[in-house]
Design a protein around this ligand. Structure first.
Ligand code: GDP
Ligand code: MG
Length: 163
């Protein structure tokens, strides 16, 4: 069985961009506005010799009560349930948000490996803005740039090595 990686995070953090990078397709819809990928989306990728499945998800809003946001949250929970490891993406440029805290709280309860990736970090030095993400209680913060590919190989090493 190929290991399964779920990409989780609030809308617009770059999940679909990373999905496309990992799966080398442009299949997922990369939107310049929040929340367009409203369903789960699977792709396969290869890291060295290791093949894996990635799941792109719509934005995750655990406290959303209704409508499309409720459906997105449900789809994300299902993706997480199907996965062996979760990559939780946050936006290094926007900084820590209340939604990030809600998602982290949900993920910490799962007992699944979670890697915290601070995306859009191209050209950013270690900063207070990045250090804030340690508050999420998910251990190390991994700065990446999904758009430019920086940090993505190292992140995959960490995601796949224990599996
Ligand atoms: P999703 O809603 O989480 O799937 O986010 P998308 O992948 O659709 O990306 C949202 C926006 O962030 C798009 O405008 C992307 O071009 C942009 N984006 C994604 N990754 C990066 C990155 O590494 N650096 C920068 N600067 N922008 C990015
Ligand atoms: Mg998306």
């Amino acid at each position: 069985m190929k290991p399964v990686i779920a990409l989780v995070g609030r809308p617009n953090v770059g999940k679909s961009t990373l999905f496309n990078k990992l799966t080398q397709t442009r299949d997922a819809i990369v939107a310049d506005y929040a929340g367009l990928t409203r369903d789960r989306h699977y792709g396969s990728g290869k890291h060295g010799k290791q093949e894996f499945i990635a799941i792109d998800t719509g934005g995750f809003e655990p406290k959303a009560e209704s409508g499309i946001y409720k459906e997105m949250a449900k789809q994300t929970r299902q993706a997480v349930a199907e996965s062996d490891v979760v990559i939780f993406m946050v936006d290094a440029r926007d900084g820590l948000s209340a939604q990030d805290h809600d998602i982290a709280q949900y993920l910490r309860k799962l007992g699944k490996p979670v890697l915290l990736a601070a995306n859009k970090a191209e050209g950013m030095k270690a900063s207070a803005q990045l250090a804030d993400f340690y508050e999420l209680g998910l251990g190390q913060v991994h700065p990446i740039s999904a758009a430019h590919g920086q940090g993505v190989g190292d992140l995959l090493d960490m995601a796949l090595e224990p599996l």
